[in-house]
Design a protein around this ligand. Structure first.
Ligand SMILES: NC(=O)C1=CN([C@@H]2O[C@H](COP(=O)(O)OP(=O)(O)OC[C@H]3O[C@@H](n4cnc5c(N)ncnc54)[C@H](O)[C@@H]3O)[C@@H](O)[C@H]2O)C=CC1
Ligand SMILES: NCCCC(=O)O
Ligand code: NA
Length: 504
C-alpha cells in the first residue's frame, strides 16, 4: 500500500471538546527521529491549563453527565472512535512513524490494535450495565446488601512515547468505558497521534470534557495533573524514576495510582528447541521490535551452554539480515530510537558494558549507511557478568545481553536476577519444564515458545520495580471503577441495641 506523505497538523490543547491555546502560549518542537529535523510544534500545557482541563472533566463527569450515561450509550461513542481511527489508519500510521521513528508497518499494526481496543472496551462498557449492581448474600434476613460498580470520577492518564497512540488507548478506552472523565498527558517526545485522537473525539461528538488532552513537559503539565486535588486517580506508564515521583506526589493526597514501569526481562533458551531458526527469530523479535523500545523486552538472553555457540552464530546471521532504514521505507525492520537523549543513553550503556569487560559481539554503533537520525545497530553483548550495569539496567534500545547456563536451577536464578518483574520467556520443547519456569518466573507476564505477543484481552503488568496494577482485559476496567457497598435494613422490628426510654 502507498504510504501517505503527511504534514504535522497544527493543534492546540484539547479541552472541553474544543482546541484551546495554552494560557502561557508555549509550544514545543516535534522532531522526526529519522532525520533529526523539526517537523512541527505542539502546545505546551502548564498548571493553569491543567486546572482548566480538570474543571472541564469534573463538569463532564458531574450529575447527568458522562458519568451518568449507561454503558450502552458510552459504547456507541467508543465504536464511533474505533471506526474513525480505522478510516484514518494510513495517515495515523505515517504521523506515528515520523514522530516516533517506528517502521510504518509496525505503526499501522499499532493502529489496528487501537481500533480493536476501543471496540473491545465498547463491548465491556455495554456488559457493565447488567453487572454494575449485584446482590451479596448475607447470613441475616434483616439486611439486604448490593455492590455497585460506578465510575471512579476524574482520572489523570500519563503515557510514554514507545507506542504513542496505543499506550494512550490502553488508558483512554477503559477509562471512558467505565464512565470516567479523563485528562490525558502524552509524552512530549511523541504526542502527535494522541492529539489526533482529540480531533477524532470532536468529530464523533464525544461529550465535551469527557476526554481532555494536554501535551507538554512532564514537570510542567504531568506533575500538576498528579497533584491536582480534583483528580481522583493517576494511571502512568513510563520510567521507574518518574513512577516514583508520581507515586510520591499522589501519596500526599492519598490518590490511587497504577504504575506500568520498565523491565529487564529474560528469555531462557534450552538445547531441546525443535527448530533453531524459530527460536532465534523470537529472540530477535523479543528485543529488537519497536526499535528495541519495549518495556517488556526480553533483553537478557539466557542460553543453555550446550547450544550457545551454534545459537549465537545463527543469531548473528539473522541480526545482520535486519533491514535498518528510514522507517517510512518498505520492509524496514529497525528504525531510530526516539530522541538524541535516548540515543546517547543507549550508546553510553553500551560503552560502559565494554569498559566493564563485556564483549560487543555485534553492533554497538551507528549504522555506517545512516549519517543522520538516532539509529543504533542491533547490538549483542556477551561475556556479561551479573555485576555489570548492562545486565541490571533497562536500556530501552536494541541491545541484547547474553549469559549461558548449565542447569535449570541456574537458569531460574539468572532469569530472576533483576529488580524488575515484568515479562519472562522460555523456549523449550519440554512443556513440563515450561510449566516449572512459568511458576518460577518472578513476573506478571510469561511467554512460552515466543516473546512479546500482546493481546488486549489478557492482563498486562508486572511486579517488583516494574510497578503494580494491571491494564487491558477486564482488569483495566476495574482500574476506573469505584466499588460501592449499599446495605439496607429491611426488617420492621426495632434495632433494639439501646434500652428504649419510657413509652411516649
Ligand atoms: N516502561 C515503559 O513503557 C517506558 C519506559 N521508559 C523508560 O524511561 C526512560 C526515560 O524516558 P522518558 O520518556 O523520559 O520517560 P518518563 O517516564 O520520564 O516519561 C513518561 C511520561 O511521564 C511524563 N512525566 C515525566 N516526568 C513527570 C512528572 N514528574 N510528573 C508527571 N509526569 C511526568 C512524561 O512527560 C511522559 O508523558 C527511557 O529511557 C526508558 O528507559 C520510557 C518510556 C516507556
Ligand atoms: N507490546 C506492548 C508493550 C507495552 C510497553 O512497552 O509499554
Ligand atoms: Na518525535
Amino acid at each position: 500500500m502507498a504510504i501517505p506523505n503527511m504534514q504535522i497538523p497544527s493543534r492546540q490543547l484539547f479541552i472541553d471538546g474544543e482546541w484551546r491555546e495554552p494560557v502561557k502560549k508555549n509550544r514545543l518542537p516535534v522532531i522526526n527521529p529519522a532525520t533529526e529535523e523539526i517537523i512541527g510544534y505542539i502546545p505546551a500545557a502548564t498548571a493553569e491549563d491543567v486546572d482548566i482541563a480538570v474543571k472541564a472533566a469534573r463538569r463532564a463527569h458531574g450529575r447527568n453527565g458522562w458519568g451518568s450515561t449507561t454503558g450502552a450509550q458510552r459504547a456507541k461513542f467508543l465504536r464511533a472512535i474505533a471506526a474513525k481511527v480505522l478510516e484514518k489508519r494510513p495517515e495515523l500510521a505515517t504521523l506515528e512513524t515520523i514522530d516516533n521513528g517506528k517502521p510504518w508497518f509496525e505503526a499501522a499494526s499499532d493502529i489496528d490494535d487501537v481500533v480493536a481496543c476501543f471496540e473491545y472496551y465498547a463491548d465491556l462498557a455495554e456488559a457493565l450495565d447488567s453487572k454494575n449492581k449485584t446482590e451479596v448474600k448475607l447470613h441475616l434476613d434483616s439486611f439486604k446488601t448490593h455492590v455497585y460498580k460506578e465510575p471512579l470520577g476524574v482520572v489523570g492518564l500519563i503515557t510514554p512515547w514507545n507506542y504513542p497512540l496505543l499506550m494512550t488507548t490502553w488508558k483512554v478506552a477503559p477509562a471512558l468505558a467505565a464512565g470516567c472523565a479523563a485528562v490525558l498527558k502524552p509524552s512530549e517526545l511523541a504526542s502527535i497521534t494522541s492529539l489526533e485522537l482529540g480531533e477524532i473525539c470532536r468529530e464523533v461528538g464525544l461529550p465535551p470534557g469527557a476526554l481532555n488532552i494536554l501535551t507538554g513537559l512532564g514537570h510542567e503539565a504531568g506533575s500538576p495533573l498528579v497533584s491536582h486535588p480534583d483528580v481522583d486517580k493517576i494511571a502512568f506508564t513510563g520510567s521507574g524514576p518518574t513512577g516514583i515521583k508520581i507515586m510520591t506526589a499522589a501519596a500526599q493526597l492519598v490518590k490511587p495510582v497504577t504504575l506500568e514501569l520498565g523491565g529487564k526481562s529474560p528469555i531462557v533458551v534450552f538445547d531441546d528447541i525443535p527448530n533453531i531458526d524459530i527460536a532465534v527469530e523470537w529472540t530477535l523479535f523479543g528485543c529488537f521490535w519497536t526499535n528495541g523500545q519495549i518495556c517488556s523486552a526480553t533483553s537478557r538472553l539466557i542460553i543453555q551452554d550446550t547450544i550457545a555457540s551454534q545459537f549465537l552464530d545463527r543469531l548473528l546471521e539473522w541480526t545482520k539480515n535486519i533491514k535498518i532504514s528510514d522507517p517510512l521505507e518498505e520492509d524496514c525492520k529497525l528504525g531510530p530510537v526516539i530522541s538524541r537523549g535516548q540515543y546517547e543513553k543507549v550508546l553510553k550503556l553500551i560503552s560502559t558494558a565494554k569498559n566493564e569487560g563485556a564483549t560487543i559481539l555485534y553492533g554497538g554503533e551507528r549504522p555506517q549507511h545512516l549519517k543522520k537520525g538516532y539509529y543504533i545497530q542491533p547490538t549483542i553483548i556477551t561475556d556479561v557478568d551479573t555485576s555489570m550495569e548492562i545486565w541490571k539496567e533497562e536500556v530501552f534500545g536494541p541491545v541484547l545481553c547474553v549469559k549461558t547456563f548449565k542447569t535449570e536451577e541456574e537458569a531460574i536464578e539468572l532469569a530472576n536476577d533483576t529488580k524488575y518483574g515484568l515479562g519472562a520467556a522460555i523456549l523449550s520443547k519440554d512443556l513440563d519444564r515450561c510449566e516449572r519456569f512459568t511458576k518460577a518466573f518472578q513476573s506478571g507476564i510469561v511467554w512460552i515458545n515466543c516473546s512479546q505477543p500482546c493481546f488486549w484481552q489478557p492482563p498486562w503488568g508486572g511486579k517488583k520495580r516494574s510497578g503494580f496494577g494491571r491494564e487491558l482485559g477486564e482488569w483495566s476496567l476495574e482500574n476506573y471503577l469505584n466499588i460501592k457497598q449499599v446495605t439496607q435494613y429491611v426488617s420492621d422490628e426495632p434495632w433494639a441495641f439501646y434500652k428504649s426510654p419510657s413509652k411516649l
